[in-house]
Design a protein around this ligand. Structure first.
Ligand SMILES: [Zn+2]
Length: 385
């Protein structure tokens, strides 16, 4: 019975806090009204949250036009703690130190090849540097999220096709080193969570990360979908050509062997006899009206559309967000993508290019740590941005 009371209290605290965040500013009476709790319960929960400095009182004692006292408003206090988010790519670490509402205090990128051996030393050095520059807050660092480009199952790295971090026990080693909670999550999942939490105020989103591979993060009815083996959204390994190129996953003809940015760079550099290529080379070629590159991007866009079509139909989503440096720099290719998704089923679905680019993943990292610290699920700061 005591346990039940405690659980109910926790649940009510989560509901009250979520209501404060998603309203930006709200009185105790309005909270009671919105969530259907009595005023005494709301007041008691609010007092606890004030004690923990998670929320603040604003507008104290000011009077309204009618001459009566205006009720005291409550607001979330994003500066009560800080959070760290790191995105570990195969040739970079993008990272941020942020307040609890996703406002970055520091955001930087280190360009370096990541291996099993240098991964942990890089993380420790970056984090120790950030800690030295961190402003003083009541709770200090409330958590750190690390984005991995591969399959991550309950903080355990399972498969990383674009670099080799397989079986590296990042979670255990970092948990032993740092005192704050650590979270490991798939990069595309975090990107979707970042878009949902901080930028898109809707309940069903598919965010497609196109880099060296292609991964999708699926938010369905406000929840991130993981699946039984944390493999939900691995659209890069859905089969486009059954007798196609062999993929590191063991299948033939996987979508990412054709439509990922890496596949585009490979075709491009092969055609022009270059050692390697990146999105800037593609942008230059397009701005010079290069016929081959235009045709290449049109063809790759059509292949990508097949994967998007299949995923959109499986999950009946409201919004598809494409996160790709090529699309970000060449937004005109969104039109051929949209034209290729013009069936009875897909034409109503919005497709946009992510404006936060690589940082969307960091926002997702912030979202994951903050949700755990505050013990709230599916909160949407997007509603007040
Ligand atoms: Zn594959």
């Amino acid at each position: 019975m005591i346990q039940d009371k405690y659980v109910i209290r926790q649940q009510n605290e989560s509901i009250v806090l979520k209501t404060i965040i998603e309203n930006r500013t709200i009185s105790r009476a309005e909270i009671a009204n919105q969530v259907g709790l009595n005023k005494a319960s709301v007041s008691s929960i609010v007092n606890d949250l004030l004690d923990k400095q998670i929320i603040l009182e604003t507008g104290i004692g000011s009077s309204g036009n009618s001459g009566g006292r205006k009720p005291i408003s409550l607001e979330f206090n994003p500066a009560s703690g800080m959070t760290l988010a790191l995105d570990i790519g195969y040739n970079y670490v993008n990272y941020a130190l942020a307040y609890l509402d996703g406002t970055f205090f520091i955001q930087e990128k280190l360009e370096t090849s990541i291996t099993k051996h240098n991964c942990i030393p890089h993380i420790i050095e970056i984090v120790n540097n950030l800690i030295q520059k961190m402003p003083k807050t009541h709770h200090g660092i409330i958590g750190m999220t690390i984005a991995i480009h591969g399959i991550v199952d309950h903080n355990h790295i399972v498969f990383t096709p674009s670099y080799n971090l397989d079986q590296l026990d990042l979670y255990l080693q970092l948990t032993n080193y740092f005192e704050f909670p650590i979270f490991l999550e798939n990069e595309a999942n975090l990107t979707a969570l970042g878009e949902f939490t901080f930028f898109q105020s809707i309940d069903n989103i598919i965010s497609i990360s196109i880099h060296s591979g292609i991964g999708a993060g699926i938010i369905q009815n406000k929840k991130l979908l993981h699946g039984a083996h944390s493999q939900a959204g691995e659209m890069g390994h859905t089969i486009l050509y059954p007798n196609g190129k062999l993929c590191s996953c063991g299948n033939h003809g996987c979508l990412e062997k054709y439509a990922s940015n890496r596949a585009i760079y490979e075709s491009f550099s092969q055609h022009f006899g270059l050692e390697k290529a990146n999105s800037d080379n593609i942008v230059d070629a397009i701005s010079n009206n290069d016929h081959y590159t235009t045709e290449l991007l049109n063809a790759k866009t059509k292949e990508l559309a097949v994967g998007i079509n299949n995923l959109a139909l499986l999950y009946d989503t409201q919004l598809i967000i494409v996160n790709s440096s090529i699309f970000l720099k060449l937004p005109q290719f969104l039109e051929p993508l949209k034209s290729a998704l013009n069936s009875k089923f897909t034409r109503e679905i919005d497709i946009i290019i992510s404006e936060s680019g690589d940082n969307a993943t960091l926002y997702g990292g912030v979202a994951l740590s903050v949700a755990s610290f505050l013990n709230i699920e599916s909160v949407q700061f997007a509603k007040i941005r």
